[in-house]
Each structure stands twice: as C-alpha cells, then as structure tokens.
Write a protein that binds this ligand. Structure first.
Ligand code: NAD
Ligand code: IPM
Ligand code: MN
Length: 346
C-alpha cells in the first residue's frame, strides 16, 4: 500500500510540546503514515528571513495527505503578519473552507456549569474558514493622522456560504443551528439567510434553528445541551469555539480540523495558540493536539482508531491523569504516556 505522508508544523511556544505526544499517539495507531516535519516554520525563522511560509513549504504541505499543526505565535512579534502569514495563508491557499471544531465534555468534573442537567455539551462548531473578516481585503487611509481610518472587508460569497452550509448539514447528527447577526449586518446577513433557506429546503429531515450570535453566546454559556452542529462565519466561529472549548473543560482539550471536503485537503490543529505564559514549563495540556490526531485518523477513514484515541483520553481524564489546567498533577509528557498506556491496554 502507498505510504501516507502527514506534514507536521510544530510551530512555537507549546506547539512543539503538544505535538510530541500527539505524534507518539499517531505512531501508536499504526496507520502506516510517515511524517514530513517542517520544524523551521516558526517565529525565529520569520524574525530572520521575514518569511512566514515559503513556496517550498507550501509545496511540501500540498504533496502530503494531510497536515498537523501545533500552534504559532510569538510575543516578540505583532500577530497580524506572522500568525496570519502561517495560519490564514494555509487556510486560504489550501482553500480549507470548513473549520470543524467539536466540543464534548470528557468528564463531568471538567464542566464550569453548576447544574448537572445543563452540563453535557457535545456539539460541533462549523466555522467558515476562508472569508468574512479574514478576507484580507481592506486598507487604510490618512495613516498616522487624527483622521486615520481602517477598513477590513467582511466578505461573503454565495459560493463560500453555500458550501459551508452544505458541509454543516452533512455533519449533523441531530440538528443544525445557523448563527449570524443578520439583524445588524445587512448585506452579508441577507446572503447567509438566502443560502440558509435553500440549504434547509435541501435537507427537510434535519431539524434546524437560527440564533443571533449574542443570544447564541448566552445560550451556550447557560445551557449548551441542546446544540448539535452550529454553523457560522469566520469571526463568530473563532469566538464561539473558544466558548465551547471552555464549556468542555478549557482550551487545552479543544481539537479542530480545517477541511476542504471537495479536494480532500486537510489540516488538523488544537484550537489553542502557543501559550507563551506556560511555554517551557512542561505543563501544556496535550489533549487538544492528541484529539486532533483522532480527527486526522477519521479523515484517513480510520474511525475505529479515532474512537480508540477518544476512549484513551476519556480514561486518562477519568483517572485524573491530567495537566494543571484540568486540576491535575501531571506534565505534558506524563499525560502523553498515560494516553499511550490506555491505547495499548488490550
Ligand atoms: P492561547 O491559546 O495561546 O492561550 C490562551 C490561554 O489558554 C493561556 O492562558 C494559555 O496558557 C492557556 N492554554 C492554551 N493552550 C493550553 C494548553 N494546551 N494547556 C494548558 N493551557 C493552555 O491564546 P493567546 O495567549 O491569545 O495567544 C498566544 C499566541 O498564540 C498569539 O501569538 C496568538 O496569535 C497565537 N494563536 C495561535 C493559534 C494557532 O496557532 N492556531 C490559536 C490562537 C492563538
Ligand atoms: C484560531 C486562532 C486564529 C484565528 C488566529 C491566531 C489568527 O485564534 O485558530 O482560532 O482567529 O483563526
Ligand atoms: Mn481562535
């Protein structure tokens, strides 16, 4: 059988720290993958060369079956050019139009909600990943003067909106909820609403609902139990997926898949960033990266292995084999070892 290559971008801060145990898990799954490690894609290289991601980096990623990324970001750098130069460039260049961000409560102990009946979050944010305020279209005028203005275009195209809505319906187990701000953001709001009406009509057997983003935040924070798939634009998806991560135990457990279901291109990454405040302390939670490997296994058609990873994580959580962000005593490496031990349990 042909070898499947996974391009790996460990990145900065806790990125390389969480990718190490994640690669151990990938290895333990025995999927027959080989890795192409791009460990020069980081803030040091950018500071030296001024280039975040070269054409040859992109070629290596393009010629891989999928990519796995730790986190990028460095306190020495302003975020816009470097972080955007890696993350947004990858999402746009590879046209990864879906950002799939599941949030599931691995153990009751991890929930911040006091009422047990309102705790059991198990939903997915389907975030549009190539348009909206991340379009890169815009500019400034009268820079540096008191009259300075700046414009970032909130782009919505019929093509971009209808394809991500279609994916949301394909991913639904129970229901799809559209989240927008169509009451205030008129043009894009109406385009999303029209595409939504068409998508709903194409899927008459899937339950649907619609919420404005402010109400959605309120509902998620007070009772997330009713949500299944939430589909929304790039910025709202960014913000709501940190909220759902918090409800599932924190950023340390949140995984994501950047997908193009048409071309099959895919990039997997924990939702968190490079966490400069804890980088180097050996305490970063590797679950987000490890659960991103579960999503990667699923992408390769290996659902059983993906479930095995999730069961191993759930078992490690249940046994209290977790990092300090989850109230545990262990470091990144020990948690990685605990997950591997669970995976190898016959
Ligand atoms: P962050 O996600 O790095 O950290 C937010 C908070 O969560 C911090 O207190 C951090 O310690 C904690 N945290 C995050 N991941 C954790 C983990 N695995 N285990 C335990 N605690 C964890 O967000 P930030 O501080 O706003 O951003 C830091 C840098 O990362 C910035 O440069 C930002 O642009 C970048 N960033 C990158 C990505 C990415 O690569 N996908 C995502 C978000 C932010
Ligand atoms: C994420 C991150 C990125 C985003 C930033 C670092 C550009 O927050 O992946 O959620 O906003 O998409
Ligand atoms: Mn984010």
């Amino acid at each position: 059988t042909a070898v499947t290559t996974i391009a790996v971008i460990p990145g900065d801060g806790i990125g390389p720290e969480v990718i190490e145990p994640a690669l151990d898990v990938l290895d333990a799954l025995g999927l027959g993958t080989r890795t192409d490690i791009l460990d020069h894609v980081n803030a040091d290289t950018y500071l030296r060369t001024g280039e975040a991601l070269t054409g040859s980096d992109l070629d290596r990623i393009r010629s891989s079956e999928a990519a796995l990324l730790g986190a990028v970001g460095d306190p020495r750098l302003g975020d816009t050019s470097y972080v955007r130069g890696v993350l947004t460039t990858l999402r746009l260049e590879l046209d990864l139009y879906v950002n799939y961000r599941p949030a599931r409560l691995w153990h009751d102990r991890l929930s911040p909600l006091r009422d047990p009946a309102r705790r059991a979050i198990d939903c997915v944010i389907v975030r549009e990943n190539t348009e909206g305020l991340y379009s890169g279209i815009g500019g400034g005028a009268r820079t540096g003067t008191p009259e300075e203005i700046a414009v970032d275009v909130d782009l919505s195209t019929r093509h971009g909106v209808s394809r991500v809505l279609e994916f949301a319906f394909s991913a639904a187990r129970r229901s799809v909820c559209l989240v927008d701000k169509a009451n205030a953001v008129r043009n894009g709001g109406q385009l999303w609403q029209r595409c939504w009406g068409e998508a709903v009509a194409r899927h008459p057997h899937i339950a649907t609902s619609h919420l404005y983003v402010d109400t959605a935040a309120l509902r998620l924070a007070t009772d997330p139990t009713g949500f299944d798939v939430i589909v929304t634009n790039n910025s709202y998806g960014d913000i709501l997926s940190d909220l759902t991560a918090a409800l599932a135990g924190g950023l340390g457990v949140a995984a994501s898949a950047n997908l193009n279901p048409v071309t099959g291109r895919a990039l997997f990454e924990p939702v968190h960033g490079s966490a400069p405040d804890i980088a180097g302390s050996g305490t970063a939670n590797p679950f987000g990266a490890i659960l991103s490997v579960a999503l990667l296994a699923e992408h390769l058609g290996r659902n059983e292995e993906a479930d095995a990873v999730r069961r191993a994580v759930a078992a490690a959580v249940a046994a209290g084999r977790v990092t300090p962000d989850l109230g545990g005593p262990l470091g990144t490496k020990e948690v990685g070892a605990a997950v591997l031990a669970e995976l190898r349990r016959p």
